[in-house]
Design a protein around this ligand. Structure first.
Ligand code: GLN
Length: 542
């Protein structure tokens, strides 16, 4: 029987529950254990796919095409267990399943209720992950939201029941709270006491507290919290603000012996933690010299979480290239007007690369095309992801082939030059949820391409999330004018990669390499993009 750890949060949101859960997962893996991560999201959307990045940050995509909460991205960066549709449970999915069963008459005439039917559905989904693989030692279940929210009650109730059924030595509660600092620099424990009380009202006594605070809590403070919250003295931990990187958190938890306390409570014997990979990553972090400046040209620039995996992948690529990556966030709608766009990009001090990330909808697209044109003409390294690749094709149509109205039919239905168009199988799609070309697909990299150089092998397996594609009807004109098409689906039907000729490094892919990037191993295209940016920075400095 494997063990369960429920991670909940209190006081307020955005305390870094995902990072805390992931760091705990990383530490337990460092002790040789097989860990699985699950996220419970209290929203009624069936998945995150239909939500605006402004609402909920980026949509993270798994191999099997689940469109999930960005916390699955944290799990993927910190831990190594498989992630699929099963690892993301939402209220929407749970109700959807229960209502379908009810329509099929499977509740045999009973009145269908939140307890036990909704909670049973939640429990069976958590246990499905626990039982999927015999070798799974521990399942970490993160419950989204904040204790006290109406929406998360069924998830907490399912956790309470599972802790009761598994027994205290097989299932524990880890609760994350905030210790705020008030004027005068005093740290306050009261919100944490109230948060634990709210957990107790749900029938759960937290076993471990992780306290988010500006600084490391001292022994007296930890004892006080333990006393008031009915927690053992050694089970109160500090997650203090770091000015390095979130990837230091597994080390910070290790130093406080979080893994030892958790495993003791669960009665698990495991070898000593080997955290060398995190330590050497921190050495690389501190060993970086110099910086490259990367302009991110997109439309959700105010919200860091909207392009979370892209920013993380850039950071990973910086670690691998021993250089700091400075992000210059540029709202593409500021680049719509041609002369102003050039002036703005020329004036932005020393951009060493431009990255256009994925996106949907017309707003800001013309500005992205201008940014691509600028990078192509100025020979500044460029990485286009999904929409960013389509932007390269639109730029080529407009500014090399001279088709002024070249566009994607996503943005202009009536263009005479639809260089990007709806995929055949998307034409009759009416529902928005889960109907894109999603998840893992393989592409073939062409000999001599930068794509092949990055991956080192011809078959490239990456995740997708799009409806539109390079329009095959203009392949001949695009290639005759010099654009390099260097990646295709295995049947040759879809273009997966385009590259600029006579350019130091200008490449766009229809897939999302950012989702598989890790701090210990950057995604190949990000690594090579930053290497090119570094060469550009050196050239510029001469
Ligand atoms: N909107 C484009 C499409 O659907 C690009 C999608 C994306 O960037 N993820 O094809």
């Amino acid at each position: 029987m494997n063990k369960l750890i429920f991670v909940s949060g209190g006081v307020c949101s955005s305390l870094g529950k995902g990072v805390a859960a992931s760091s705990l997962g990383a530490l337990l893996e460092a002790r040789g254990l097989n860990v699985r991560m699950v996220k419970c999201d209290p929203y009624i959307n069936v998945d995150a796919g239909t939500m605006s990045p402004y609402q909920h940050g980026e949509v993270y995509v798994t191999d099997d095409g689940a469109e999930t909460d960005l916390d699955l991205g944290n799990y993927a960066r910190f831990t190594s267990g498989p992630l699929s549709k099963a690892n993301s449970i939402t209220t929407g999915q749970v109700y959807d399943a229960v209502i379908q069963k009810e329509r099929q008459g499977r509740y045999l005439g009973r009145c269908v209720q939140v307890i036990p039917h909704i909670t049973d559905e939640i429990k069976s989904r958590i246990l499905a992950v626990a039982r999927e693989d015999q070798d799974t030692d521990i399942v970490i279940v993160e419950i989204g939201g904040t204790v006290g929210d109406i929406e998360s009650i069924p998830f907490l109730e399912a956790a309470r029941q599972l802790i009761h059924e598994y027994g205290k030595t097989n299932a524990i509660s880890v609760h994350l709270t905030l210790i705020p600092e008030v004027a005068g620099g005093e740290l306050k424990t009261k919100p944490t006491q109230h948060s634990v009380k709210a957990m107790q009202e749900q029938g759960i006594q937290p076993d471990v507290l992780i306290c988010r605070a500006p600084v490391m809590l001292d022994e007296a403070m930890r004892r006080k919290i333990a006393l008031f919250c009915n927690i053992e003295n050694d089970a109160v931990f500090s997650s203090y603000d770091v000015d390095t990187t979130i990837y230091e958190i597994p080390i910070i938890f290790f130093q406080q012996k979080l893994d030892q306390v958790v495993l003791k409570k669960l009665g698990v014997d495991a070898r000593h933690a080997d955290i060398d990979k995190w330590r050497s990553m921190m050495e690389r972090f501190h060993g970086r010299t110099g910086a490259v400046r990367i302009g991110i040209v997109g439309k959700y620039m105010e919200l860091h979480d909207a392009y979370k995996s892209v920013y993380e992948a850039l950071f990973h690529a910086g670690l691998e290239n021993a250089v700091e990556v400075e992000l210059v966030k540029i709202d593409s709608s500021r680049l719509e007007d041609a002369p102003a766009a050039e002036a703005l990009l020329d004036a932005a001090p020393g951009l060493d690369g431009i990255l256009v990330p994925g996106g949907f909808g017309q707003r800001g697209v013309n500005g992205m095309v201008r940014a691509a044109c600028w990078a192509r003409e100025r020979k500044v390294p460029y990485l286009g992801i999904c929409l960013g690749m389509q932007i390269m094709v639109i730029d080529w149509g407009r500014n090399v082939l001279g088709w002024e109205d070249a566009d994607s039919t996503e943005f202009n239905h009536d263009t005479k030059h639809p260089v990007v168009s709806l995929m055949e199988e998307q034409i009759d799609v009416k529902n928005y949820g889960g109907t894109m070309r999603l998840g893992k697909w393989t592409s073939m990299a062409s000999p001599g391409s930068k794509l092949l150089a990055a991956y080192g092998e011809r078959i490239v397996s990456e995740r997708h999330r799009h409806r539109y594609e390079f329009a095959n009807r203009c392949r001949a004109e695009m290639t005759a004018s010099g654009l390099l098409l260097t990646g295709f689906t295995e049947d040759g039907g879809l273009v997966e990669c385009v590259e600029w000729p006579e350019h130091p490094w200008g490449l766009g892919v229809q897939f999302h390499p950012e989702f598989k990037s890790k701090p210990t191993k950057a995604a190949p295209l990000f690594r090579d993009f930053i290497a090119a940016a570094k060469a550009h920075a050196k050239g510029a400095a001469k």
